[in-house]
Design a protein around this ligand. Structure first.
Ligand code: KG4
Ligand code: ZN
Length: 341
């Protein structure tokens, strides 16, 4: 019962083959280098690159899984939210394939796929939904920062999201102020390991607000003023590491504190996290420590499934088909602003 899935909502072209909860192949072609010189994703360039990559990536996913197109039982793709012209490439490719093969098609909500990615573990990755329990889920990437209450499998409620920049965007923009290449998150993570997180007291935006929303643009501004007033920091390796560690400490403290607080308020026993920023080592460590302290079980998406990938799209589509939750019409359009509610 193999299923082929596509993900092209932002700057990763990805195709995956999934069979009975098992990820047989998950090919991801990142456009990071293409967008690096512009300091962020350029939507038109992203769409053109998806168009160039989508068929070769699709072939590679089928080849690696050892599955011929005729053996596919279904096709899936991210339908939204995301960059319109990027979404169109994956969605229309998947719908055309489903039409040609006379197979059902499933359009997937990108964030809903992130929500269940922490339940896919191992190599090759396998979904263990038998272990599923209600949780509070943190989705943190370059494009999104949200807290979601997952009441039961495939039932969720959006608790809060960022009012301005996403957490990953905050890492990237602050890195840019320090002259780092896009995306700067991994570089800040690396330098922060040898820095002092208490060296500079950067603000913890919205930490004490009782709601579940986030805001990171004020932190970015505060770092901008700090660097303006202390330009010498950029010439001293240790001072730079200290800034990185202090910035990271501010972001991580807000994310961890608000996630744990939401879990306690809602009385769930489990916390999950996914999205590119979940690769951050301080975030992984501090979520682990906080959950242990508070008696919460923690599931972190594994590195290969943190960033955007078609494997998580395929797993969710496979589960929805298994539960007979319906399919998506072949003439349905992209949903760039699709809300999680
Ligand atoms: O999920 P993703 O690949 O794409 C989006 O949908 O945005 O996430 C990319 C984001 C970038 O902002 C990048 O800087 C951030 O995740 N990121 C990190 C780390 N690895 C990736 N941020 C902090 N620490 C990391 N180790
Ligand atoms: Zn994403």
């Amino acid at each position: 019962m193999p299923l082929l899935a596509f993900e092209t909502s932002c700057d990763e072209t990805s195709a995956a083959v999934v069979e009975r909860g098992r990820v047989l192949s998950n090919i991801v072609s990142s456009q990071i280098r293409l967008h690096a010189e512009y300091g962020g994703v350029v939507p038109e360039l992203a769409a053109r690159e998806h168009l160039r990559q989508v068929i070769p990536i699709c072939r590679a996913a089928l080849r690696q899984a050892g599955v011929s197109p005729e053996r596919l039982d279904a096709v899936a793709a991210t339908q939204g939210p995301g960059l319109p012209n990027a979404l169109i490439v994956g969605l229309k490719t998947a719908q055309a394939l489903a039409f040609a093969l006379r197979r059902p098609f499933v359009g997937i909500h990108h964030h809903e796929a992130h929500l269940y990615s922490p339940w896919i573990q191992g190599d090759p990755p396998v979904a263990d939904f038998l272990e599923f329990e209600p949780n509070v889920s943190l989705i943190v990437s370059g494009g999104h920062t949200m807290l979601v209450h997952v009441q039961e499998k495939l039932t969720h409620h959006l608790l809060g999201s960022t009012l301005d920049d996403a957490a990953g965007e905050c890492f990237d923009k602050i890195g840019k102020l320090m002259g780092m290449a896009y995306p700067a998150g991994p570089e800040i993570d690396r330098l922060a390991e040898q820095g002092n997180p208490s060296a500079f007291a950067f603000p913890r935006p919205m930490l004490r607000e009782p709601d579940d929303d986030f805001s990171f643009s004020g932190l970015k501004t505060s770092v901008r003023y700090h660097l303006r007033d202390h330009p010498e920091v950029l010439d001293h390796a240790q001072a730079l590491r200290d800034v990185c560690a202090s910035v990271q400490a501010a972001i991580v403290e807000v994310l961890v504190t608000k996630t744990i607080r939401a879990a306690q308020r809602l009385g769930v026993g489990c916390v999950t996290a996914s999205g590119g920023v979940t690769c951050n080592r301080a975030l992984r460590r501090q979520l682990t420590d906080a959950c242990r302290r508070e008696g919460l079980r923690l599931r972190l998406a594994q590195a290969s499934l943190c960033t955007d990938n078609a494997g998580m799209i395929g797993i969710l589509a496979d589960e929805k088909l298994r539960l007979n939750l319906g399919t998506t019409a072949l003439d349905e359009e992209i949903r760039p602003g699709w809300s999680l509610e």
